[in-house]
Every structure is written in C-alpha cells, then in structure tokens.
Design a protein around this ligand. Structure first.
Ligand code: PLP
Length: 397
C-alpha cells in the first residue's frame, strides 16, 4: 500500500481519518433511529442537523434546502426526474451539455424515452460550453438547464454564473452537477443563481455512499424515494447517520483548507504539465488550462494506447485512469474527448491524472520519468509510429 502513488482523485478519495473518527460513535454508541421520540435518539438527530448546517454554510444556502442522498448519481437522478415530474405541465424540454457525467446523460436518455426533449449543447475545443448555442436552444417549453460545474475527465470549469443568470432571466430552473467542484472550488448558490446542486462525499475525502442535493425552497420537486417522512417527506428511508456526520466533517475540513490546497495542487499540477509537454513529444493537454480544476491533468499521447499505458504505470504502483473511471472497460473513446472534436486515434492515447493534497513533487518526478519510458517503449512497439518516423525522416533529408 505504501508504494502506491494515487493519482485518481477524480474517481474517489481516501476518507480522512479525522472524518472516520467523527463517524465511529454513530455506529456503535449513538445508533438510535433519528425518527424515534425517546431521548436516546436526540444525539443522532442533532448530528444530522449539525451536518446540514455546515453543508448549507459552505454554499451560502439555508440548511433546510440540503437533502441527503446516497451520492452524486442519486442527486443527479433526483434533480432531473423530480423537476421533469413536477413541471411537465409547463413544458417538456431540457437543456444539458455533451460532456456531462453519465448520471446526467443516462437520466436524460431515460426522460427522452418518456416524452421529454433534450438539447445537448456542444463545447469548444477547450472543453467550455458554447454559450451562444445554449442561448439559442432555449424554448418556451424549456423547464430545466443542467450543466456541470466542473468536468470529471478534463477538469474544465463551466461559466456557471453566466448560465445561472440566463436561466433566471428566462425563468428556467438551473441545476448543476458540482460533484467534482465541491470542496475544491468556492461555490455560492445565491450569487451564481443555482437552483439545484449535486454533491458527493467521496470526492472530497468524505465517505462513499453519501451525498446531498441542494434544492432552492422556491421549487416544487417530486419525492425520490417513497416511504417515511425523512428529509421533509421527499427522500424516505432511515438516515445514514454516520455517513451524514462524515460528509459534514469532510466538508468542514475541505472548506477550511480550500485555498491552501488549491494553491498547492495548482503549483504541482502546472509543474507536471510543463514538464510532460516539454519532455514527451507528440503530446497534448486536453481542456482549458485557465478554467480548470486545480488537481486535473488530461493528456493525449499520439501513437500510444492509453490503456496499455495505464497497465504499465500500474506495474510501478502508479494509479491513473483513461477517459473516465466509469467507462473503463468501454472500448469506445470517451464522449467528452469526442465532444472536443478530437480524432479517435488520438483520443485512444489519453490518460487522466488527478492529484490530491497528499501528492508530492518527488512522486511527480518519479511519475514523469516512468511516463517518459513507458511512452517511448509503447511507441517503439507501434507499427504506426515506425511508419511515421520513416516518412518524417524521408521528408526531412
Ligand atoms: C463521481 C461523479 C458522479 C457520481 O457520484 P457518485 O457519488 O459516485 O454516485 C457524478 N457526477 C460527477 C461529475 C462525478 O465526478
């Protein structure tokens, strides 16, 4: 375990030991059902409200607008299906982007099969949504715009305030999947006109299987799980008290350390990007450098198979991913890279590295050296590269 260099923080993160300590008593000591009336259940009940308060504060929202879920996918499903159900009398048109997480895209597909129309907005070659196209897509029957805060593959940060302003002008509900952004970027739902926002605990050193959906209290939303009266009667089921305590603690820690972490990660990221682009030929960085999560790097190496690269790096204990963690095993090139307009053969040579606060310059120096040798070895074995070199040399001399 000690020899692992973990560079896949966009897929998941380790739960902070401080978070685990905070959770522990809620498994074995304060295990009362928060819905029970006796005094023994008061502490778990209080712990839930404490976490709700912390989470609300981090995004400038009232605590009663925070609804706990089982993670990012559930929050995304609930936001889209809940609004579709309650506002279908107003219209059946939804706007989203081509680079959303599958939790959004596959929910949209489901809604399309159920009588809704969805417009998928393009991104430019930097991975930023085309705002003019988004504006043009707005119709009289548009009920919802859902655009992610930051992308999980290429780390690009979308113009959320601008989208929020446009949605508000047109009286359209605005949801954002902020799973990659929360705990890494400062978010303010009021300033940015965000009506709904999805978050997942395990992407910022909280536990897995817990998340929340922020829902502005002006909205009417259909309940996601029918049953008891938990979560203001909208999401039934006995609360995941340890998980809720954990996501609250993780949010508090992330919020307090946000600026420091962001500076540190940005510096290490830029150092690595500069070295890789300078020292490895036929290589490109995907996605805007300016509007980018502090921890994200996504490269395409020409004449190299990305999955072969991942397997070889794994032999040195380096964990990184290809297009997207959720699509590994999928032979098709990632939908995000395709949306950038990248040729499929170049997209195939893509790897993503997402760093965390615990990664060091020494680790990155090791990773860069290994990447250089792995890329060189794979290219030596590649007939395409051998042909390319022959042609290049023939033309050159
Ligand atoms: C990880 C992720 C999700 C899914 O979150 P889970 O908690 O794993 O369900 C959704 N959207 C984005 C952008 C993600 O990165």
């Amino acid at each position: 375990m000690n020899n692992i260099i973990y560079l896949d923080h966009a897929a998941t993160t380790a739960t902070n030991p401080e978070v685990v300590l905070e959770m522990m008593p809620y498994f074995t000591q304060m295990y009362g059902n928060p819905s029970s009336i006796y005094g023994f259940s008061q502490k778990p009940k209080d712990a839930i409200e404490k976490a709700r308060n912390i989470l609300g504060k981090t995004i400038n929202a009232k605590p009663e607008c925070i609804y706990f879920t089982a993670g990012g996918s559930e929050s995304d499903n609930w936001a889209l299906k809940g609004i579709a159900k309650m506002y279908s009398h107003k219209g059946r048109h939804i706007i989203t982007s081509k680079i959303e997480h599958h939790a959004i895209l596959n929910t949209c597909k489901y809604l399309e099969n159920n009588g809704f129309k969805v417009s998928y907005i393009d991104v430019d070659e930097n991975g930023i949504i085309k705002m003019d196209e988004l504006k043009k897509a707005i119709r009289r029957d548009t009920i919802l715009i859902s655009v992610m805060y930051a992308n999980n593959e290429i780390g690009t940060i979308q113009p959320i305030s601008e989208i929020g302003r446009i949605a508000r002008e047109h009286n359209i509900i605005f949801h954002t999947d902020a799973v990659q952004a929360y705990g890494h970027l400062k978010i303010d739902v009021k300033k940015e006109n965000i009506d709904m926002l999805s978050v997942s605990g395990h992407k910022f050193n909280g536990p897995k299987g817990i998340g929340f959906l922020y829902i502005d209290d002006r909205l009417k939303i259909g309940s996601f799980i029918h049953g008891g009266a938990q979560e203001r009667k909208l999401r039934a089921g006995t609360e995941n008290v340890p998980g809720i305590v954990g996501i609250g603690k993780a949010a508090e820690i992330a919020d307090n350390s946000l600026l420091l972490r962001s500076e540190k990660e940005t510096a290490l990221r830029n150092y690595t990007i500069n070295r890789i682009l300078r020292e490895i030929p036929y290589c490109r960085l995907n996605g805007s450098l300016k509007d980018r999560l502090p921890n994200n790097m996504n490269f395409s190496f020409q004449f190299v198979d990305g999955s072969a690269m991942i397997v070889m790096l794994d032999m040195y204990g380096i964990c990184c991913s290809g297009g997207s963690a959720c699509t590994s095993g999928d032979v098709n090139a990632s939908h995000v890279l395709m949306a950038l307009g990248m040729p499929e053969d170049i997209a195939r040579g893509t790897i993503r590295m997402t760093i965390g606060h615990e990664n060091t310059k020494k680790q990155m120096d090791f990773v860069i050296e290994k990447m250089k040798s792995v890329v060189a070895r794979l290219r030596d074995e590649s007939p395409v590269y051998t042909d390319y070199k022959k042609i290049a040399m023939g033309v050159g001399r």
